[in-house]
Every structure is written in structure tokens, then in C-alpha cells.
Design a protein around this ligand. Structure first.
Ligand SMILES: CC(C)(COP(=O)(O)OP(=O)(O)OC[C@H]1O[C@@H](n2cnc3c(N)ncnc32)[C@H](O)[C@@H]1OP(=O)(O)O)[C@@H](O)C(=O)NCCC(=O)NCCS
Length: 402
């Protein structure tokens, strides 16, 4: 790459890395003390043009829920190239090197544009739904709740009551990233300058009969009046409930707030249970988005660390243009234990690393890719067997953009 050089960042690069990414994404951002503490310089790559940083990518350390397990996943973020240096291959150099170097067997990210990451072997592994709920049409959910079931929780000290619920959700649903103490602190930060005219964040909790929190919702309101009267906006940021009664009560509360006209929520699952509680699902105004993109960086390790819905014994012929060790025929056997190793046996299915990534969380089916020739079935029945084994009863969802 001409005179440009790639290197790992140093702790002192934080301000410049932050400024570069903020500039590329066009958000105004000053470095923060919390951001500085969360910065992982040794996991950040930068491209320097003389003394200036002109491109960066970061991999954050974190755990992701995958079918039947919780595994380390490189959480890729902060991908940015200075506008003056675009389309010279800087991002390609950074992403390729990052994928070859991360120690985790999978990497995940949210893409600003869905056209960017497929070329690097990422596959869209989780879809998310955005709701813009018409509260006048949706009607109250058909559920009964006890008065006082839902209450407010002050932000101070909230983490110790909320964090166990997120961990419990990780055991139930793939695609959920864990949060360190610092990440929780960041999640619950509520600077007035960042509210965009909305109210302060409110933390709603539901408690079971013993008083333990078994569900929470983070939301804000925004006053809005139209010619016909009140049309306030409810902005739901996150709702986590591990008990059906908690889930129903929190939604019931949010969908029936006085003066409200719409509820916006950007992180619903494709199989979001709310769809069962209301009589008019079209009033949810659902929009499907790609959320988590996933890249398998180490085929045997990645396939061994997740679980399978049914027993499977298949040879997968995988191609990977960026990571040579991933190209080859791998025998996957899953029953009581899971094994995945290189083999000389003939392939039952062939596919590229991107299809493996797209189906890794159990939300998409290999057959979907067979219809476009991206997966080829060599042994009749192999596609059905692999489809049954790779899929998972609960759809993956990612709860926040990182
Ligand atoms: C997106 C971005 C990182 C690309 O950096 P770059 O150094 O210009 O990318 P490269 O030169 O390596 O491009 C590699 C390929 O990706 C394509 N590409 C780049 N940006 C793209 C985009 N936004 N959408 C679709 N394709 C894109 C290029 O056209 C090129 O394709 P080609 O090889 O067929 O010519 C940079 O433009 C940027 O910082 N954009 C704003 C911030 C952003 O969107 N970051 C991503 C956050 S997830």
C-alpha cells in the first residue's frame, strides 16, 4: 500500500482514532473519559499517512450468545477512513488484517451500509425489526396485570438488578452481546445534550412475587401535539424480560401511556412475542433490517463451539478467500459431543465462508442460499439435515448497535 503503513494503535491514539471515526460517520463527538477507558489500543488497527491517522478499525472484546452457548466474539466497530483517502483500499487492508489476527473464532459487526462487508466473507446472521407502532390502532394488549407490578428504578445502582436479566436472556436467545461494567455504564449514561428533545431515560422494572426484578424496559418520551390533539412519542430503547408475566406487563404499560400516539422500537426480534399479544400486528408498522453480520475466522473452532438442534454428520467443503486455513473439507459431527475436523471424505455440501457466517446464529437456513447457487448439495438430503441442525428455535437478535 503506497507510502501508507498499518500498525496497532497506542493508548495515546485514542483522541485521533475517535475523531477520525466521528468525522467519517458525521457525528460530533468529543473524546470522553469513559470512551478512553473502554478503548482497546492493542485491538485497534490504524493506517498512518505520515504523522496522520487516516483509517481505523477496532475489535472490542466481548461474549456473544450463539445457539446453545456463550462464546468470545470480536465485536468490530469504529471502521472509518478519512474522506480524503477513500477508495484506495485502506478499509480492505484493515479488515483483512483484522480478520486474520483476531484470536476469536467469530467476528461480528453492525454495518452502516449493507453493501460493505459481504466481500470480506461476512454474512448477515441476524435480522432485526424496527417498529413504529400506531398506538391508536394497535389497541391495548389482551393481558391482565396487577396494579403496582411495574415501577420505576433509579439509574444509580440499577446495573446490579438489570445485568442478571441480560445474562439470562443470553441463555435463551442467540445474537445477544454481553456487557462489561463499563459497557453498562455507557448504556445507562444519559447526558442532557444527547437526548435530542426527549425526556430523561426512564428505567421501568417488573418484579415477581418475591420482589426480584424479572423484566426491565429503558425508554424516553417526547411531547408532540398535532392538530387533532396529543400524539406523544414513546421511544423504547431496550426491553428484556425473562418471565412471560414481566414481558406482558412491561408492554402493556408502554402501549397504554396517556397522550401517546406512537411507540418506536428499533431492536425487535423477527419472532418478537409482542406480535402474539396484540390484535392488530399491522399497526406495529414493521420494517425488516439486517442487524448483526457475522464472519467465521476459524471454521473448526467456530463450528465446535455452538450447539445443533438435531444430530448431524456432514462434510462441508468451505472456501475462504482471505483466510487460507478455512478452505478445505471439514467433517462436522454433532450428537452428545461436537467435532469438526479436516477430512479427505467427499463433500455433502459446498459453500463459502459467508454462508457459514449467515447461518451460524440459527436464524437463516442454508437452503435459502442453495436457491441462488451459493450452497451446493452433493448428497441428496444433506441440505435438509444441515438446515435442521443449524437452525435454532429462537431467532437471533442484537439489542444495540456497537
Ligand atoms: C466505508 C469506508 C470505511 C470504506 O473505506 P475505503 O478505504 O474507501 O474502502 P476500500 O477502498 O477498501 O473499498 C473496498 C471496496 O468496498 C467498496 N465500498 C466502500 N465503501 C462502500 C460503501 N459504503 N458501500 C458499498 N461499497 C463500499 C468500494 O467501492 C470497494 O469496492 P471495489 O473493490 O469493488 O472497488 C469509508 O468510506 C468510510 O469511512 N465511510 C464512512 C464511515 C462508514 O460508513 N464506516 C463503516 C462503519 S460500519
Amino acid at each position: 500500500m503506497n507510502e501508507l503503513s498499518v500498525r496497532a494503535a497506542a493508548a495515546g491514539d485514542y483522541d485521533e482514532v475517535r475523531a477520525l471515526f466521528a468525522g467519517a460517520m458525521m457525528f460530533d463527538s468529543s473524546p470522553t473519559e469513559l470512551g478512553r477507558r473502554m478503548f482497546e489500543p492493542e485491538r485497534t488497527l490504524v493506517v498512518a499517512d505520515g504523522p496522520d491517522i487516516v483509517g481505523t478499525t477496532q475489535a472490542l472484546t466481548g461474549e456473544l450468545s450463539v445457539p446453545g452457548a456463550l462464546v468470545p466474539a470480536a465485536h468490530v466497530t469504529g471502521v472509518g477512513v478519512k474522506a480524503t483517502h477513500r477508495r484506495r483500499g485502506i478499509m480492505s487492508e484493515l479488515i483483512t488484517r483484522q480478520l486474520r489476527e483476531v484470536p476469536e473464532a467469530i467476528a461480528v459487526l453492525w454495518a452502516s451500509e449493507s453493501g460493505i462487508y459481504g466481500r470480506f466473507g461476512y454474512g448477515a446472521a441476524a435480522y432485526g425489526m424496527s417498529y413504529e407502532i400506531d398506538l391508536h390502532r394497535v389497541g391495548p394488549p389482551n393481558v391482565r396485570t396487577r396494579p403496582g407490578e411495574v415501577s420505576e428504578l433509579p439509574a444509580d445502582g440499577a446495573v446490579k438488578e438489570l445485568a442478571p436479566l441480560l445474562r439470562a436472556l443470553q441463555e435463551r436467545r442467540p445474537g445477544i452481546s454481553g456487557r462489561s461494567d463499563l459497557q453498562w455504564q455507557q448504556r445507562l449514561e444519559d447526558k442532557p445534550d444527547d437526548r435530542g428533545g426527549k425526556t430523561a431515560r426512564q428505567i421501568l422494572v417488573h418484579r415477581d412475587e418475591s420482589g426480584a426484578v424479572d423484566g426491565y424496559a429503558l425508554w424516553r418520551g417526547k411531547m408532540h401535539w398535532i392538530a387533532t390533539g396529543p400524539a406523544n412519542e414513546v421511544h423504547l430503547e431496550e426491553l428484556v424480560a425473562i418471565d412471560p408475566a414481566a414481558y406482558r406487563a412491561l408492554w402493556q404499560h408502554l402501549l397504554t401511556l396517556d397522550l401517546a400516539g406512537t411507540l418506536e422500537f428499533g431492536f425487535a426480534a423477527v419472532d418478537e412475542p409482542l406480535q402474539q399479544l396484540i390484535t392488530t400486528p399491522t399497526a406495529l408498522n414493521r420494517r425488516l433490517n439486517e442487524s448483526l453480520w457475522l464472519r467465521v475466522t476459524d471454521v473448526p473452532r467456530a463450528l465446535e463451539q455452538r450447539r445443533y438442534a438435531v444430530a448431524v454428520d456432514l462434510v462441508l467443503d468451505v472456501t475462504d478467500e482471505l483466510i487460507p486455513a478455512n478452505t478445505g473439507r471439514f467433517r462436522l459431527t454433532a450428537g452428545e459431543t461436537v467435532r469438526c475436523e479436516l477430512t479427505d471424505a467427499p463433500a455433502d455440501l459446498s459453500l463459502s465462508i459467508a454462508e457459514l457466517g449467515a447461518t451460524y446464529l440459527g436464524g437463516r437456513h442454508l437452503a435459502e442460499f442453495a436457491t441462488t447457487g451459493r450452497v451446493t448439495e452433493h448428497t441428496p438430503g444433506a441440505l435438509r439435515q444441515a438446515g435442521a441442525a443449524f437452525s435454532w428455535p429462537v431467532a437471533p437478535v442484537s439489542l444495540e448497535i456497537f
